[in-house]
Design a protein around this ligand. Structure first.
Ligand code: ARG
Length: 563
């Protein structure tokens, strides 16, 4: 139900103006103060064609635009203010939500087209950083939102599983590594080997050369090197999967950088054939002077390929594989230059789809105002943060609802929900100061608050089963429920905005608003009492439960019915 659109059509048929309906639609506003109505139409734009002052047009229009959609239509200076008919509109919206259920708010922007989403993409043998967490939860929410808007998202984990660091790691492991330790605690041990490599290399410069040699062997397909690489990859992935299981995020593809090894030669040849490959201090580059960007480094002097070469191969492969409408990359703002270069090289290669590549950057997680480092002891392990949050949720449940059946699962949903929402409630470009305390808050504008509001709505509905209810034939007419109804009407619009801006925080803010209006309704109206409005009230509660749940799910949070 799009009341703005209905009003625009109404205005354009009544007035038979030469202005297209779409333009009228764009003029319609939502007044800041409720006493000015639910919608307003400014008449300035009509003055010229109607040859009258706007205020006079507003008076005239008010007389012509009465109808059963509105309770009141009144002129206010150059504006016409519209007060929607609460009983009718609330009946329509609630009925629509209850009949569509979780499909309420679905949009057909994407008409089924594929959108690969490059997300999460941690590096093998390194810890899963807070930045990777951001990419994972923002990417997952964007995928859900795109799906709701009619696209087919493809979640791709572009693992950092290739590069010179593997040569160093193999050197360190073969020289002083311990198989048992690595098996027991792969990421921690591999990181340790990597850090030790750099420490030892300071006194023993020969190590660096050994590292390069091992990487060369790896690139040449040496059995022993490949075997170790595969083992490091498997073990790391096992660890990462523990995090994905907790977060309940799934991927359609784990093709990481290594997957493109045999696809890069073609790319380099293509660049060469176009005459774009130039030598620059021994390395091969593509110059990007036309957009004042630094050259893109395609091949190092020793022939080794690079991050961007693999991304070029990946983009071309994805385009072939998915014929995408757009290709989204949810990667931190530090890599903005990289994606600009990637796009421009593709464009110079004649890929007319280069412009459909969308880098969706996000801000950093800061510690005391500085970027968090994964080096040495400063590391905060994400798994520990999640475990702590789940533990806290469990304590809460034991305190408030000791008889809850699936305690462990609900504790996971709530604990993880706190961490996910703490990220998604900020606009993605904002930097976030890392604070365990903030992350683990369950009150205020948090995920658990939303989950709790949803569970409360479900609990009202469970209790209502003992009341006899009339059929739902009439909507609600009071101002408190109207605040909730207006929010319910806005859900599709929020989804659309979140989709067009790749901005999950639009949904987060929407849900907080909806929950607050619902909680104030609940605080002021005794819902469960014999009353002629009982049935309509309960339908409202059900509609709120449906929208809260769907909104939480879009963000990647579960909505338990009881907690
Ligand atoms: N592994 C990279 C990192 O941790 C992120 C990869 C992003 N995706 C891409 N296609 N470049 O920084």
């Amino acid at each position: 139900m799009n009341y703005r659109k209905m009003l625009a059509e109404h205005i354009s048929t009544r007035l038979q103006l030469e202005i297209p309906t779409d333009e009228i639609l764009n003029l319609i506003e939502a007044p800041k103060f409720p006493e000015h109505g639910d919608l307003a139409f400014p008449c300035f734009r009509l003055a010229k064609s109607m040859r009258k002052p706007p205020a006079e047009i507003a008076r005239q229009l008010s007389g012509q635009l009465q109808g059963d959609l509105f309770e009141k239509v009144s002129p206010a200076g150059p504006y016409v203010n519209f007060f929607l008919n609460k009983a009718k509109v609330s009946y329509d919206v609630i009925s629509e939500i209850i009949s569509k259920k979780d499909r309420y708010g679905e949009l057909m922007i994407g008409s089924g087209q594929n959108v690969p989403i490059d997300m999460s993409s941690p590096n093998i043998a390194k810890p899963f950083s807070m930045g990777h967490l951001r990419s994972t939860v923002i990417g997952n929410a964007i995928a859900n939102i795109l799906q709701k808007c009619g696209y087919t998202p493809v979640r791709i984990n572009h693992l950092g599983d290739w590069g010179t660091q593997f040569g160093k790691l193999i050197t360190a492991y073969t020289a002083w590594g311990d198989e048992k330790k690595v098996t027991e605690n792969p990421i921690k041990e591999l990181l340790k080997l990597y850090v030790e490599f750099h420490e030892k290399a300071e006194d023993n410069p020969g190590l660096e050369q050994q590292g390069r040699d091992w990487f060369k062997k790896l690139e040449d397909g040496d059995d022993a090197a490949l075997h170790l690489w595969q083992w490091f990859r498997d073990e790391s992935l096992k660890e990462f999967n523990k995090i994905y299981d907790l977060l309940d995020v799934r991927f359609d593809s784990y093709h990481g950088e290594a997957f493109y090894n045999d696809k890069m030669e073609d790319v380099v040849k293509m660049i060469e054939a176009k005459g774009l490959l130039e030598e620059d201090q021994g390395a091969m580059v593509v110059k990007l002077d036309e957009e004042s960007l630094p050259p893109s480094l395609i091949k190092k002097s020793d022939g080794a390929t690079l991050y961007v070469t693999r991304d070029l191969a990946a983009a071309i492969y994805r385009h072939r594989m998915y014929d995408f409408a757009q290709a989204v990359y949810v990667v931190g703002g530090e890599q903005t230059l990289h994606f600009k270069q990637l796009k421009l090289v593709l464009k110079k290669l004649g890929m007319e789809w280069a412009d459909t590549i969308v880098h969706v950057p996000f801000g950093m997680i800061l510690k005391d105002g500085k970027k968090m480092s994964t080096r040495k002891g400063k590391l905060v392990l994400l798994e520990e943060v999640l475990a702590e949050s789940i533990h806290l949720a469990e304590t809460n449940i034991l305190h408030k609802n000791p008889n809850l059946k699936n305690k462990a699962e609900v504790a996971r949903q709530v604990g993880v929900g706190a961490v996910i929402f703490h990220d998604l409630r900020h606009e993605r470009m904002n930097n976030i100061e890392f604070s365990l305390e903030e992350m683990l808050k369950f009150e205020g504008e948090t995920g658990p608050y939303l989950q709790y509001t949803h569970a409360r709505a479900c609990s009202i509905l469970r209790k209502a089963e003992t009341f006899s209810q009339a059929d739902f034939t009439e909507g609600l007419n009071d101002l408190l429920s109207w605040e909730v109804i207006k929010r319910l009407i806005d859900f599709p619009k929020s989804i659309e905005r979140a989709c067009l801006n790749y901005e999950p925080s639009v949904i987060s803010k929407y849900l907080i608003d909806l929950a607050q209006s619902f909680n104030s309704y609940y605080g002021n109206v005794r819902i469960l009492e014999e009353n002629p409005e009982l049935s309509a009230r309960l339908q409202l509660v059900e509609a709120v439960a449906i929208v809260l749940k769907e909104g939480l799910n879009l963000l990647g949070l579960a909505a338990p019915a009881e907690m």
